[in-house]
Ligand binder design. Sequence first.
Ligand SMILES: *Cc1c(COP(=O)(O)O)cnc(C)c1O
Length: 467
Amino acid sequence: MNKGKLLSTLPSVDELLNHEEVINILGEIPRRVVLSKIRESIQRERNKVLSMKEDKLQDYRIDVEGLVKFIVKSCYEFMEMNLREVINGTGVVLHTNLGRALLSDEIKETVWSVASGYSTLEINVNTGKRGSRYSHVVDIIKNITGAEDAMVVNNNAAAVLLVLGTMAKNKEVIVSRGELVEIGGSFRIPEVMEQSGAKLVDVGATNKTHLRDYENAISEDTAALLKVHTSNYKILGFTHEVSLKELVELGKKINIPVVEDLGSGVLINLQKYGLSYEPTVQDSVEAGVDIITFSGDKLLGGPQAGIIIGKKYWIDKMKQNPLTRAFRVDKLTMAALEATLKFYLNEDEAIKKLPTLRMITEGIEPIRQKAVELMNDLLKEKLDLSIEMMDDFSQVGGGSLPLEKLPTKVLQLTSRKLTVNQLEEKLRMQPTPIITRIQDDKLIIDLRTIKERDYSFICEALKRVLS
Ligand SMILES: *Cc1c(COP(=O)(O)O)cnc(C)c1O
């Protein structure tokens, strides 16, 4: 048979639409979805025939039942939420691809009431006049950080762009060559600088920058001294950087503002909890930095946002920049940010109730207990699976505390039926995807980022995967 003849044996859209199993799902699945999936599957079949070698053509028979099953399956898949919860078994607490910081369960009602109802977003209820959407968080940020004023934009990348564009457009900004950070995606300090209209003057060397390097670079066109926290890497060995204090002193002497991109924005000294020192927002305010920017969804543990704090003079200027409107945050973000920041009024509350802080400060004993519980649940299922509890390390992630190794407990799973890659893939393709990591050819589930409510999902998924 030639290809043309073979193609003419493929079922038509109408034939498939009238197939009993397809008719059955039309009550549940919108017709337009069914139609598009029928067309796609016919096209797929056509392509299959067209790409077939001539000598294979005689063996080909169209499998209508198989095609229908495929259509039904793709229809249901299409109707599922694409953006949905996953189980994070990687142990990376701030996993950028999995949505970074988790919001606290306790703020659910608050955020939803603002999102689904009218709100005080831009009205001052005391005067009845128009209010500012920033006002909801300004006082609390001032209270926690000691800063003079604050505003919030879409993310920290936007914050840096707005700050440089407002303070240094067509002027020069001096920054150390050791701090020309790339965060990922297209966020690189030199490129952000260019986009903002500010001119980058990079000074010093990758490993060493001295105060005199900044001093020598100062000109009539200098608009700001910029410090960028190298949050996702460390330069070790023969190094020197100018401290924030020295930079601020220099700025004061020559009357030029100092700007700091802090990256993560930690509001609690994490050393108290056994982690390495990560510069806090409060330290920068105390050092006298004029403008500081940081993320809402890294170590702060809130929604995606870029927080700008510092001198009121500059914040006022930024509010007048048209970019502010383009970068503005919506009410969902504002509600989640305000509710998250409230926890910080009491440090113990913040550590206990913000999932990010709770997970990175969690001790080994509770993690071990979780590992034992999950292991017992899995053993009860009598799966054809070998399970071992092991010591390992989790990571903070999100480009924060890159060298920190958090001791953890993991379950190592090995199946006789499936290779480690098959197991990883099948778990990832579950209705609630389970994201694991492969290490030394073994599948690993790190209990640090697993919630108790995940156990039953994991058991059910493994049952399905191994049956
Ligand atoms: C993460 C980070 C950014 C970007 O922040 P987003 O909130 O992801 O836009 C910028 N600068 C530094 C130093 C960072 O660590």
